[in-house]
Design a protein around this ligand. Sequence first.
Ligand code: GLV
Ligand code: MN
Ligand code: MN
Length: 414
Amino acid sequence: MTGLDRAGRTDTVMGLLGAINSVGRDPRRGGYSRPVFDPSERELREWFVAEATKRGLDVTTDRNGIIWAWWAPASGSLDDAVLTGSHLDSVPGGGEFDGPLGVASALVAVDMLRARGVEPRRALGVVVFPEEEGSRFGVACLGSRLLSGAIDPARALSLKDRDGNTFAEVAAGSGFDPDGFGHDPASVARIGRFVELHVEQGRGLVDLDRPVAIGSSILGHGRWRLSVSGEGNHAGTTLMSDRRDPMVAASQIIVDVRAQARGQRDARATVGRIEAVPGGSNVIASRVDLWLDVRHPDNAVTLGLVESIRARAMTLAAGEGCTATLVEESFSATADFDGALRDWLGEVLPDAPVLATGAGHDAGVLAASVPTAMLFVRNPSGISHSPEEYVEGWDAEAGAEDLATILERLLMQT
Ligand code: GLV
Ligand code: MN
Ligand code: MN
């Protein structure tokens, strides 16, 4: 290794992120749009491979499109590996840090471990998961779900993006064999522990005035597509009394979603995407699709709330001469991170508060298969999934430092 600074780093987290901060900028929405397997996300994947290779890591991309960068111990064994990393895709018009912060911090942590002279007793893997946001194919954490067997590959391959391209077609266009996607028990079995560092997506650390937190749990959440069908017609020739307009029904349903969620303590329900078909300004829509995101700590409450939203949507649609149907696109139960690992992290980082999060992560999917933990880094704006998401340089470095400390201890455990 050459070019280490006095703290023993080749790069800072912000320096690494600065090298990619022009990739996938979205001038129309603001922020970044980096959908999986689009040119911007592919460029980021290439950036990661180059940075990992520069650090002497052994990089492979598996049949699920997951990139693994390995630092093997002297024995060469990848068993009982310590895994860290995150994702590089974004929501439409997302922030700079959601995903890339965890990837860049992992790379800087590798530099710090090398500078500390660590000779690991077990392998360290830095991982990049594809389609964490589900912003292209609708199902979040698609890569980690495929890896861990949490989604049927046939279903994953048939998912479509907004242009009607299937995941199978897009993946094949990116050089992947569609037949290869699916559960990979051998790769899962290799993971001893997974620690994902992520920008905090709320105000927990701001309010506590701390730079880094340990994650406790992820709120159960899911996505449903609600389709309201009516009668497409002419905006000028159709009398108001003759209309069966799904857009009017949809607007009532959206207001009802908020009312129902407000009536349920700790619930969150969002309609963040709506599409009118065919979508002309002088056309009464024939169908409107809404995407519903519902979250609650108690999975039964989440599913009950969705059922109640569905029932009310049918009534509101009928009132406009329309029909409504609801289809589940994904559901992730509330995930509690491994208690023993979390407590141990608390001993290593005694100043770090323990916080729950309302955001989904690959760590939540992997928590069902392997002991998993998360670190969150302060976000002074408290805002995420928006260009307003932010991290201060000194907090990013503190996060990487804490991650390196955790990884070092895990790598050296006997
Ligand atoms: C992903 O960030 C999600 O919480 O939906
Ligand atoms: Mn994320
Ligand atoms: Mn996100």
